[in-house]
Design a binder for this molecule. Structure first.
Ligand code: HEM
Length: 496
Protein backbone atom coordinates (compact mmCIF):
# COMPACT_ATOMS: atom_id res chain seq x y z
CA UNK A 1 0.00 0.00 0.00
CA UNK A 2 0.12 1.65 2.09
CA UNK A 3 -2.00 4.67 1.64
CA UNK A 4 -4.69 3.31 3.90
CA UNK A 5 -2.21 2.83 6.70
CA UNK A 6 -0.97 6.33 6.15
CA UNK A 7 -4.44 7.79 6.21
CA UNK A 8 -5.36 5.97 9.39
CA UNK A 9 -2.20 7.07 11.11
CA UNK A 10 -2.70 10.67 10.12
CA UNK A 11 -6.28 10.65 11.25
CA UNK A 12 -5.20 9.29 14.61
CA UNK A 13 -2.55 11.93 14.88
CA UNK A 14 -4.86 14.77 14.00
CA UNK A 15 -7.31 13.44 16.52
CA UNK A 16 -4.81 13.50 19.36
CA UNK A 17 -3.13 16.79 18.56
CA UNK A 18 -6.04 19.13 18.31
CA UNK A 19 -4.10 22.24 17.41
CA UNK A 20 -2.17 20.56 14.64
CA UNK A 21 -1.00 21.87 12.18
CA UNK A 22 -0.08 24.91 14.23
CA UNK A 23 3.21 23.62 15.59
CA UNK A 24 3.39 26.14 18.42
CA UNK A 25 0.65 24.28 20.26
CA UNK A 26 1.50 20.75 19.23
CA UNK A 27 1.72 18.63 22.33
CA UNK A 28 3.48 15.49 21.17
CA UNK A 29 6.81 15.03 22.98
CA UNK A 30 8.58 14.18 19.73
CA UNK A 31 7.30 17.36 18.17
CA UNK A 32 8.53 19.44 21.09
CA UNK A 33 11.88 17.67 21.02
CA UNK A 34 12.32 18.37 17.31
CA UNK A 35 11.57 22.05 17.84
CA UNK A 36 14.13 22.15 20.62
CA UNK A 37 16.79 20.48 18.50
CA UNK A 38 16.03 22.65 15.47
CA UNK A 39 16.10 25.78 17.60
CA UNK A 40 19.45 24.74 19.05
CA UNK A 41 20.88 24.28 15.53
CA UNK A 42 19.45 27.61 14.39
CA UNK A 43 20.88 29.53 17.31
CA UNK A 44 24.15 27.61 17.71
CA UNK A 45 23.17 26.14 21.03
CA UNK A 46 21.30 29.19 22.40
CA UNK A 47 17.66 28.44 21.67
CA UNK A 48 16.10 31.29 23.62
CA UNK A 49 12.88 33.13 22.88
CA UNK A 50 12.16 31.86 19.39
CA UNK A 51 8.42 31.87 20.00
CA UNK A 52 8.10 34.71 22.43
CA UNK A 53 5.14 36.55 20.93
CA UNK A 54 3.15 33.64 19.57
CA UNK A 55 0.73 33.54 22.48
CA UNK A 56 -0.59 37.06 21.91
CA UNK A 57 -0.92 37.28 18.17
CA UNK A 58 -4.10 38.65 16.69
CA UNK A 59 -5.36 36.20 14.11
CA UNK A 60 -8.78 37.36 12.94
CA UNK A 61 -10.15 35.46 9.95
CA UNK A 62 -10.45 38.57 7.77
CA UNK A 63 -7.05 38.17 6.07
CA UNK A 64 -5.57 41.23 7.73
CA UNK A 65 -4.25 39.65 10.94
CA UNK A 66 -1.22 37.52 11.72
CA UNK A 67 -0.85 34.05 10.28
CA UNK A 68 -1.63 30.93 12.28
CA UNK A 69 0.77 28.60 10.50
CA UNK A 70 4.22 30.12 10.33
CA UNK A 71 7.86 29.16 10.04
CA UNK A 72 9.83 28.20 13.13
CA UNK A 73 11.11 31.76 13.30
CA UNK A 74 7.75 33.49 13.02
CA UNK A 75 8.05 36.80 11.10
CA UNK A 76 5.42 38.23 13.47
CA UNK A 77 7.90 37.94 16.35
CA UNK A 78 10.00 40.75 14.95
CA UNK A 79 9.41 44.49 14.70
CA UNK A 80 8.83 45.62 11.14
CA UNK A 81 11.94 47.47 9.95
CA UNK A 82 11.32 49.14 6.59
CA UNK A 83 14.96 50.02 6.07
CA UNK A 84 16.41 46.59 6.86
CA UNK A 85 13.70 44.73 4.95
CA UNK A 86 13.95 46.88 1.84
CA UNK A 87 15.20 45.05 -1.26
CA UNK A 88 16.47 47.08 -4.21
CA UNK A 89 14.15 46.36 -7.15
CA UNK A 90 14.51 49.65 -9.05
CA UNK A 91 18.19 50.56 -9.58
CA UNK A 92 19.76 49.90 -12.97
CA UNK A 93 21.39 46.83 -11.47
CA UNK A 94 18.21 45.38 -9.99
CA UNK A 95 15.24 46.73 -11.92
CA UNK A 96 13.07 44.22 -13.77
CA UNK A 97 14.39 43.52 -17.26
CA UNK A 98 12.63 40.90 -19.36
CA UNK A 99 14.91 38.07 -20.50
CA UNK A 100 16.46 38.37 -23.96
CA UNK A 101 16.35 35.64 -26.62
CA UNK A 102 19.57 34.01 -25.36
CA UNK A 103 18.69 34.14 -21.68
CA UNK A 104 17.55 30.93 -20.00
CA UNK A 105 14.48 30.73 -17.80
CA UNK A 106 12.91 27.58 -16.31
CA UNK A 107 10.22 26.05 -14.08
CA UNK A 108 11.12 27.93 -10.89
CA UNK A 109 9.44 31.32 -10.58
CA UNK A 110 11.70 32.28 -7.66
CA UNK A 111 14.86 31.76 -9.71
CA UNK A 112 13.38 33.31 -12.85
CA UNK A 113 12.53 36.52 -11.04
CA UNK A 114 15.92 36.67 -9.32
CA UNK A 115 17.50 36.59 -12.78
CA UNK A 116 15.04 39.19 -14.09
CA UNK A 117 16.06 41.47 -11.20
CA UNK A 118 19.79 40.84 -11.62
CA UNK A 119 20.27 39.00 -8.31
CA UNK A 120 21.24 35.96 -10.38
CA UNK A 121 23.12 36.41 -13.62
CA UNK A 122 20.54 37.66 -16.12
CA UNK A 123 21.70 34.97 -18.58
CA UNK A 124 20.07 32.34 -16.36
CA UNK A 125 23.36 30.57 -15.68
CA UNK A 126 24.39 31.12 -12.08
CA UNK A 127 26.74 29.45 -9.63
CA UNK A 128 26.84 28.02 -6.12
CA UNK A 129 27.95 31.19 -4.27
CA UNK A 130 25.67 33.55 -6.18
CA UNK A 131 22.69 31.23 -5.81
CA UNK A 132 23.11 30.93 -2.04
CA UNK A 133 23.64 34.66 -1.61
CA UNK A 134 20.65 35.65 -3.77
CA UNK A 135 18.02 33.49 -2.08
CA UNK A 136 19.34 34.32 1.36
CA UNK A 137 19.55 38.08 0.76
CA UNK A 138 16.31 38.57 -1.16
CA UNK A 139 14.03 35.96 0.43
CA UNK A 140 15.58 35.06 3.79
CA UNK A 141 16.24 31.40 2.95
CA UNK A 142 18.43 30.06 5.76
CA UNK A 143 21.97 29.05 4.86
CA UNK A 144 21.44 25.28 5.42
CA UNK A 145 18.51 25.18 2.99
CA UNK A 146 20.13 27.58 0.52
CA UNK A 147 23.25 25.42 0.44
CA UNK A 148 21.27 22.20 -0.03
CA UNK A 149 19.14 23.63 -2.87
CA UNK A 150 22.14 25.01 -4.72
CA UNK A 151 24.47 22.08 -4.12
CA UNK A 152 21.88 19.69 -5.54
CA UNK A 153 21.61 21.87 -8.67
CA UNK A 154 25.38 22.01 -9.13
CA UNK A 155 26.05 18.32 -8.81
CA UNK A 156 23.03 16.94 -10.67
CA UNK A 157 22.15 19.66 -13.17
CA UNK A 158 25.29 21.76 -13.42
CA UNK A 159 29.04 21.97 -13.81
CA UNK A 160 30.93 20.55 -10.87
CA UNK A 161 34.22 22.08 -11.98
CA UNK A 162 33.24 25.76 -12.03
CA UNK A 163 30.13 25.26 -9.80
CA UNK A 164 27.83 26.89 -12.39
CA UNK A 165 24.30 25.67 -13.09
CA UNK A 166 21.40 26.69 -15.31
CA UNK A 167 17.99 27.74 -13.97
CA UNK A 168 16.32 26.15 -17.03
CA UNK A 169 17.58 23.95 -19.86
CA UNK A 170 21.21 23.17 -20.82
CA UNK A 171 23.50 26.25 -20.94
CA UNK A 172 23.92 27.40 -24.53
CA UNK A 173 27.31 29.01 -24.73
CA UNK A 174 29.52 27.46 -22.09
CA UNK A 175 32.27 25.14 -23.31
CA UNK A 176 32.43 21.90 -21.37
CA UNK A 177 36.23 21.68 -21.28
CA UNK A 178 37.53 19.29 -18.62
CA UNK A 179 33.97 18.51 -17.54
CA UNK A 180 33.72 16.00 -20.39
CA UNK A 181 36.33 13.93 -18.56
CA UNK A 182 34.13 13.35 -15.54
CA UNK A 183 30.55 13.85 -16.72
CA UNK A 184 28.55 11.54 -18.98
CA UNK A 185 26.95 13.89 -21.52
CA UNK A 186 26.42 17.52 -20.59
CA UNK A 187 24.79 19.46 -17.72
CA UNK A 188 21.04 19.43 -18.13
CA UNK A 189 19.88 22.47 -16.15
CA UNK A 190 17.12 22.14 -13.54
CA UNK A 191 14.41 21.40 -16.15
CA UNK A 192 15.49 17.73 -16.33
CA UNK A 193 12.59 15.61 -15.14
CA UNK A 194 12.92 13.30 -12.12
CA UNK A 195 16.33 14.64 -11.24
CA UNK A 196 15.23 17.83 -9.48
CA UNK A 197 11.96 18.65 -11.21
CA UNK A 198 8.95 16.50 -10.27
CA UNK A 199 5.21 15.88 -10.73
CA UNK A 200 2.08 17.52 -9.29
CA UNK A 201 3.71 20.94 -9.42
CA UNK A 202 1.82 24.05 -8.47
CA UNK A 203 1.00 25.35 -11.92
CA UNK A 204 3.18 23.30 -14.33
CA UNK A 205 2.18 20.08 -16.02
CA UNK A 206 3.65 16.63 -15.34
CA UNK A 207 6.39 15.87 -17.84
CA UNK A 208 4.92 12.52 -18.92
CA UNK A 209 1.24 13.55 -18.65
CA UNK A 210 -0.83 12.82 -21.76
CA UNK A 211 -1.17 15.99 -23.83
CA UNK A 212 1.51 17.89 -21.92
CA UNK A 213 3.97 17.49 -24.76
CA UNK A 214 6.73 17.10 -22.19
CA UNK A 215 6.28 20.70 -21.12
CA UNK A 216 7.11 20.87 -17.43
CA UNK A 217 8.26 24.49 -17.60
CA UNK A 218 5.51 26.89 -18.68
CA UNK A 219 2.59 27.89 -16.47
CA UNK A 220 -0.52 25.86 -17.30
CA UNK A 221 -3.25 28.47 -16.90
CA UNK A 222 -6.05 26.06 -15.85
CA UNK A 223 -3.95 25.10 -12.79
CA UNK A 224 -3.24 28.74 -12.06
CA UNK A 225 -6.94 29.53 -12.26
CA UNK A 226 -7.64 26.64 -9.85
CA UNK A 227 -5.30 28.33 -7.39
CA UNK A 228 -7.09 31.66 -7.75
CA UNK A 229 -10.41 29.88 -7.32
CA UNK A 230 -9.18 28.40 -4.06
CA UNK A 231 -8.49 31.99 -3.01
CA UNK A 232 -12.11 32.78 -4.00
CA UNK A 233 -10.74 35.05 -6.74
CA UNK A 234 -10.34 37.68 -4.04
CA UNK A 235 -8.41 40.61 -5.47
CA UNK A 236 -8.31 42.74 -2.30
CA UNK A 237 -4.88 44.38 -1.98
CA UNK A 238 -3.12 43.70 1.32
CA UNK A 239 -5.25 40.67 2.17
CA UNK A 240 -3.40 37.49 3.18
CA UNK A 241 -5.13 34.98 0.95
CA UNK A 242 -2.39 32.65 -0.31
CA UNK A 243 -1.08 31.48 3.07
CA UNK A 244 0.54 28.12 3.86
CA UNK A 245 -2.74 26.31 4.56
CA UNK A 246 -4.22 27.38 1.22
CA UNK A 247 -1.09 26.53 -0.75
CA UNK A 248 -0.87 23.06 0.84
CA UNK A 249 -4.54 22.48 0.06
CA UNK A 250 -3.74 23.42 -3.54
CA UNK A 251 -0.89 20.91 -3.46
CA UNK A 252 -3.30 18.22 -2.25
CA UNK A 253 -5.70 19.03 -5.11
CA UNK A 254 -2.88 18.95 -7.64
CA UNK A 255 -1.63 15.62 -6.25
CA UNK A 256 -5.03 13.93 -6.71
CA UNK A 257 -5.42 15.50 -10.14
CA UNK A 258 -2.09 14.03 -11.24
CA UNK A 259 -3.02 10.60 -9.86
CA UNK A 260 -6.29 10.79 -11.79
CA UNK A 261 -4.87 12.01 -15.11
CA UNK A 262 -1.23 10.94 -15.46
CA UNK A 263 -0.63 7.17 -15.76
CA UNK A 264 3.06 7.83 -15.12
CA UNK A 265 2.63 10.05 -12.06
CA UNK A 266 5.59 9.59 -9.72
CA UNK A 267 6.32 11.12 -6.33
CA UNK A 268 9.89 10.59 -5.14
CA UNK A 269 11.22 11.39 -1.68
CA UNK A 270 13.34 14.29 -2.91
CA UNK A 271 11.68 15.73 -6.06
CA UNK A 272 8.18 14.92 -4.82
CA UNK A 273 8.25 15.46 -1.08
CA UNK A 274 11.03 17.96 -0.59
CA UNK A 275 10.93 20.00 -3.81
CA UNK A 276 7.34 20.25 -5.00
CA UNK A 277 5.67 20.24 -1.59
CA UNK A 278 8.19 22.73 -0.27
CA UNK A 279 7.64 24.88 -3.37
CA UNK A 280 4.01 25.39 -2.38
CA UNK A 281 5.20 26.66 0.98
CA UNK A 282 7.82 28.84 -0.73
CA UNK A 283 5.01 30.74 -2.42
CA UNK A 284 3.32 31.48 0.91
CA UNK A 285 6.59 32.47 2.59
CA UNK A 286 8.69 34.13 -0.11
CA UNK A 287 6.31 35.56 -2.72
CA UNK A 288 4.56 37.19 0.25
CA UNK A 289 4.88 40.89 0.95
CA UNK A 290 5.50 42.26 4.44
CA UNK A 291 4.22 45.30 6.31
CA UNK A 292 3.72 46.56 9.88
CA UNK A 293 0.78 45.48 12.04
CA UNK A 294 -1.00 47.86 14.42
CA UNK A 295 1.69 47.21 17.06
CA UNK A 296 4.63 47.80 14.75
CA UNK A 297 5.41 44.09 14.34
CA UNK A 298 5.89 42.45 10.99
CA UNK A 299 2.80 41.18 9.17
CA UNK A 300 3.44 38.80 6.29
CA UNK A 301 0.74 38.53 3.62
CA UNK A 302 0.25 37.27 0.09
CA UNK A 303 -2.49 38.98 -1.89
CA UNK A 304 -3.43 38.56 -5.54
CA UNK A 305 -1.29 41.40 -6.98
CA UNK A 306 1.91 39.97 -5.46
CA UNK A 307 0.96 36.41 -6.46
CA UNK A 308 0.32 37.38 -10.08
CA UNK A 309 3.65 39.21 -10.43
CA UNK A 310 5.50 36.24 -8.91
CA UNK A 311 3.98 33.86 -11.48
CA UNK A 312 4.38 36.25 -14.44
CA UNK A 313 0.64 36.73 -14.88
CA UNK A 314 -1.13 40.05 -15.49
CA UNK A 315 -4.81 40.74 -14.82
CA UNK A 316 -6.20 42.79 -17.71
CA UNK A 317 -8.79 45.55 -17.37
CA UNK A 318 -11.56 43.19 -18.50
CA UNK A 319 -10.60 40.75 -15.72
CA UNK A 320 -8.93 38.21 -18.03
CA UNK A 321 -5.44 36.90 -17.27
CA UNK A 322 -2.35 36.94 -19.49
CA UNK A 323 0.74 34.82 -18.81
CA UNK A 324 4.07 35.71 -20.39
CA UNK A 325 6.71 32.96 -20.01
CA UNK A 326 9.78 34.07 -18.08
CA UNK A 327 8.58 37.52 -16.98
CA UNK A 328 8.33 36.71 -13.26
CA UNK A 329 9.00 39.73 -11.06
CA UNK A 330 8.58 41.33 -7.66
CA UNK A 331 6.39 44.43 -7.43
CA UNK A 332 8.28 47.60 -6.55
CA UNK A 333 6.28 47.77 -3.30
CA UNK A 334 7.50 44.30 -2.27
CA UNK A 335 9.42 44.03 1.03
CA UNK A 336 11.20 40.93 2.32
CA UNK A 337 10.55 39.14 5.65
CA UNK A 338 12.49 40.33 8.75
CA UNK A 339 16.21 39.59 8.48
CA UNK A 340 16.22 37.35 11.55
CA UNK A 341 13.17 35.39 10.43
CA UNK A 342 14.92 32.91 8.16
CA UNK A 343 13.27 29.79 6.71
CA UNK A 344 15.39 26.63 6.78
CA UNK A 345 15.55 22.86 6.37
CA UNK A 346 13.72 22.35 9.66
CA UNK A 347 10.80 24.34 8.23
CA UNK A 348 10.69 21.95 5.27
CA UNK A 349 10.29 18.99 7.63
CA UNK A 350 7.50 20.76 9.51
CA UNK A 351 5.90 21.77 6.20
CA UNK A 352 5.60 18.11 5.25
CA UNK A 353 3.86 17.33 8.52
CA UNK A 354 1.57 20.29 7.99
CA UNK A 355 0.88 19.03 4.47
CA UNK A 356 0.08 15.54 5.80
CA UNK A 357 -2.36 17.01 8.30
CA UNK A 358 -4.22 18.63 5.42
CA UNK A 359 -4.04 15.50 3.25
CA UNK A 360 -2.01 12.46 4.34
CA UNK A 361 -1.51 11.39 0.71
CA UNK A 362 1.06 14.15 0.45
CA UNK A 363 3.52 12.17 2.50
CA UNK A 364 3.30 9.13 0.22
CA UNK A 365 6.30 8.14 -1.83
CA UNK A 366 5.35 6.10 -4.90
CA UNK A 367 3.45 6.48 -8.13
CA UNK A 368 0.87 5.23 -10.57
CA UNK A 369 1.67 1.85 -12.04
CA UNK A 370 0.97 2.71 -15.68
CA UNK A 371 -2.73 3.50 -15.43
CA UNK A 372 -4.50 6.50 -13.97
CA UNK A 373 -5.77 6.11 -10.40
CA UNK A 374 -3.43 3.17 -9.77
CA UNK A 375 -1.31 4.92 -7.16
CA UNK A 376 0.73 2.53 -5.05
CA UNK A 377 2.73 3.89 -2.18
CA UNK A 378 5.95 2.59 -0.73
CA UNK A 379 5.58 1.86 2.94
CA UNK A 380 8.40 3.32 4.96
CA UNK A 381 8.59 -0.04 6.75
CA UNK A 382 9.30 -1.81 3.46
CA UNK A 383 12.30 0.31 2.63
CA UNK A 384 13.70 0.58 6.12
CA UNK A 385 13.51 -3.10 6.93
CA UNK A 386 10.68 -2.42 9.35
CA UNK A 387 12.71 0.01 11.47
CA UNK A 388 10.50 3.01 10.76
CA UNK A 389 6.84 2.90 9.83
CA UNK A 390 4.74 5.48 8.10
CA UNK A 391 2.96 6.23 11.34
CA UNK A 392 6.32 7.17 12.88
CA UNK A 393 6.90 9.65 10.09
CA UNK A 394 3.58 11.32 10.78
CA UNK A 395 4.13 11.36 14.50
CA UNK A 396 7.74 12.32 14.79
CA UNK A 397 9.46 15.13 12.86
CA UNK A 398 12.84 13.69 13.77
CA UNK A 399 11.99 10.35 12.18
CA UNK A 400 10.70 12.22 9.13
CA UNK A 401 13.89 14.30 8.89
CA UNK A 402 15.87 11.11 9.04
CA UNK A 403 13.73 9.36 6.42
CA UNK A 404 14.02 12.33 4.04
CA UNK A 405 17.75 12.37 4.51
CA UNK A 406 18.11 8.67 3.79
CA UNK A 407 15.53 8.22 1.02
CA UNK A 408 16.00 11.64 -0.60
CA UNK A 409 19.73 12.15 -0.23
CA UNK A 410 21.82 9.34 1.17
CA UNK A 411 20.29 6.54 -0.85
CA UNK A 412 19.43 8.41 -4.03
CA UNK A 413 22.50 10.52 -4.43
CA UNK A 414 25.11 7.84 -5.13
CA UNK A 415 22.73 6.25 -7.60
CA UNK A 416 22.17 9.49 -9.47
CA UNK A 417 25.88 10.18 -9.42
CA UNK A 418 26.46 6.88 -11.17
CA UNK A 419 23.90 7.77 -13.83
CA UNK A 420 25.42 11.17 -14.54
CA UNK A 421 29.15 10.80 -13.93
CA UNK A 422 31.88 8.82 -15.64
CA UNK A 423 34.18 9.42 -12.74
CA UNK A 424 32.38 9.82 -9.46
CA UNK A 425 35.02 10.73 -6.88
CA UNK A 426 34.77 14.52 -7.20
CA UNK A 427 30.98 14.48 -7.19
CA UNK A 428 30.82 12.32 -4.08
CA UNK A 429 33.33 14.51 -2.31
CA UNK A 430 31.35 17.66 -3.18
CA UNK A 431 28.11 16.06 -2.04
CA UNK A 432 29.64 14.90 1.21
CA UNK A 433 30.68 18.44 2.07
CA UNK A 434 27.79 20.48 0.72
CA UNK A 435 24.66 18.36 0.55
CA UNK A 436 24.99 15.61 3.08
CA UNK A 437 26.27 17.73 5.94
CA UNK A 438 23.35 20.18 6.40
CA UNK A 439 20.71 17.47 5.98
CA UNK A 440 22.46 15.04 8.25
CA UNK A 441 22.90 17.63 10.96
CA UNK A 442 19.17 18.08 11.19
CA UNK A 443 18.37 14.40 10.67
CA UNK A 444 20.61 13.24 13.48
CA UNK A 445 19.97 16.10 15.88
CA UNK A 446 17.69 14.26 18.29
CA UNK A 447 17.08 10.74 19.42
CA UNK A 448 15.91 9.59 16.03
CA UNK A 449 16.38 6.16 14.55
CA UNK A 450 18.66 7.31 11.74
CA UNK A 451 21.52 5.03 12.57
CA UNK A 452 19.33 1.98 12.91
CA UNK A 453 18.42 1.46 9.28
CA UNK A 454 19.35 2.09 5.65
CA UNK A 455 16.52 2.75 3.25
CA UNK A 456 16.25 0.97 -0.07
CA UNK A 457 14.26 3.66 -1.84
CA UNK A 458 15.81 3.35 -5.28
CA UNK A 459 15.01 -0.35 -5.56
CA UNK A 460 11.42 0.48 -4.61
CA UNK A 461 11.25 3.24 -7.24
CA UNK A 462 11.89 0.75 -10.04
CA UNK A 463 8.30 -0.48 -9.59
CA UNK A 464 6.97 2.80 -10.95
CA UNK A 465 7.20 3.42 -14.70
CA UNK A 466 7.00 7.19 -14.10
CA UNK A 467 10.34 7.14 -12.27
CA UNK A 468 11.92 7.02 -15.72
CA UNK A 469 14.59 9.59 -16.43
CA UNK A 470 16.02 10.58 -19.78
CA UNK A 471 19.68 11.34 -19.89
CA UNK A 472 22.39 11.41 -22.50
CA UNK A 473 20.06 10.16 -25.19
CA UNK A 474 19.05 7.11 -23.13
CA UNK A 475 15.98 6.64 -21.08
CA UNK A 476 15.04 4.15 -18.44
CA UNK A 477 14.02 3.60 -14.88
CA UNK A 478 16.47 4.97 -12.41
CA UNK A 479 17.60 1.55 -11.21
CA UNK A 480 18.13 0.02 -14.65
CA UNK A 481 19.78 3.16 -16.03
CA UNK A 482 22.41 2.87 -13.36
CA UNK A 483 23.32 -0.55 -14.70
CA UNK A 484 23.15 0.47 -18.35
CA UNK A 485 25.29 3.56 -17.99
CA UNK A 486 27.67 2.58 -15.27
CA UNK A 487 28.29 -1.00 -16.43
CA UNK A 488 30.63 -2.91 -14.17
CA UNK A 489 31.46 0.06 -11.97
CA UNK A 490 28.08 0.19 -10.29
CA UNK A 491 28.60 1.07 -6.68
CA UNK A 492 26.14 2.19 -4.08
CA UNK A 493 28.60 3.46 -1.55
CA UNK A 494 27.21 5.00 1.57
CA UNK A 495 30.49 6.60 2.53
CA UNK A 496 30.30 9.68 0.38
C1 HEM B 1 18.79 27.33 -5.56
C2 HEM B 1 17.53 27.50 -5.26
C3 HEM B 1 16.39 26.84 -5.97
C4 HEM B 1 16.39 25.80 -6.85
C5 HEM B 1 17.56 25.00 -7.37
C6 HEM B 1 15.02 25.60 -7.26
C7 HEM B 1 14.61 24.63 -8.14
C8 HEM B 1 13.31 24.42 -8.52
C9 HEM B 1 12.86 23.36 -9.39
C10 HEM B 1 13.74 22.31 -10.03
C11 HEM B 1 11.54 23.48 -9.52
C12 HEM B 1 10.61 22.58 -10.32
C13 HEM B 1 9.91 21.70 -9.35
C14 HEM B 1 8.62 21.16 -9.87
O1 HEM B 1 8.66 20.29 -10.71
O2 HEM B 1 7.58 21.59 -9.41
C15 HEM B 1 11.13 24.59 -8.73
C16 HEM B 1 9.82 25.00 -8.59
C17 HEM B 1 9.44 26.04 -7.83
N1 HEM B 1 10.25 26.88 -7.10
FE1 HEM B 1 12.23 26.77 -6.93
N2 HEM B 1 14.23 26.51 -6.63
C18 HEM B 1 15.02 27.30 -5.83
C19 HEM B 1 14.63 28.34 -5.04
C20 HEM B 1 13.36 28.83 -4.98
C21 HEM B 1 12.94 29.98 -4.23
C22 HEM B 1 13.86 30.87 -3.40
C23 HEM B 1 11.60 30.12 -4.44
C24 HEM B 1 10.68 31.18 -3.93
C25 HEM B 1 11.01 32.44 -3.92
C26 HEM B 1 11.17 29.05 -5.28
C27 HEM B 1 9.87 28.84 -5.67
C28 HEM B 1 9.46 27.80 -6.48
C29 HEM B 1 8.08 27.55 -6.82
C30 HEM B 1 6.88 28.34 -6.36
C31 HEM B 1 8.07 26.44 -7.66
C32 HEM B 1 6.85 25.73 -8.25
C33 HEM B 1 6.51 26.26 -9.60
C34 HEM B 1 5.27 25.61 -10.15
O3 HEM B 1 5.04 24.46 -9.94
O4 HEM B 1 4.52 26.27 -10.80
N3 HEM B 1 12.25 28.29 -5.60
N4 HEM B 1 12.22 25.16 -8.13
Amino acid sequence: MKLTLLTAAATALIGTVSAFPSFQNADSPQYAEFLKQAAAIKSNGKSSALWKRDGNLETPDNGFGQRRLTALLNPANFKYNAKEQHVDLTSDEHKFIAPGPNDIRGPCPGLNLLANHGYLDRSGVTNLAQGIDAINKVFGVEYDLALALNAYAVVFNGNLLDLSWSIGGPPKSKGLGALTEILLGQPSGINAHNIYEGDASIVRQDYYAPGANRDNVEVHMPYFKDLLKLGKNDQTPGKDIYNAELMLQHKANRWHESVATNPLFFNSAFGGLVVTTAAERFVAEFAANNTADANGYNRIYLDEPNLLAFFSVVRNKDGSLTYTPGHERLLESWVRRPLASTFGLDDIVLTLLNAASIDPSLLSVGGNTGKVNSFAGVDAGDITGGAVHTADLLNDPQALACFLFQAGIEELVPTQVNVLYKSTAQALDFIGKNLKTPFQKLATAGNNPCNKYSTKAVDAYSRFPGSKIETNGKEGLLGSLVNALAGGKRRLSRNF
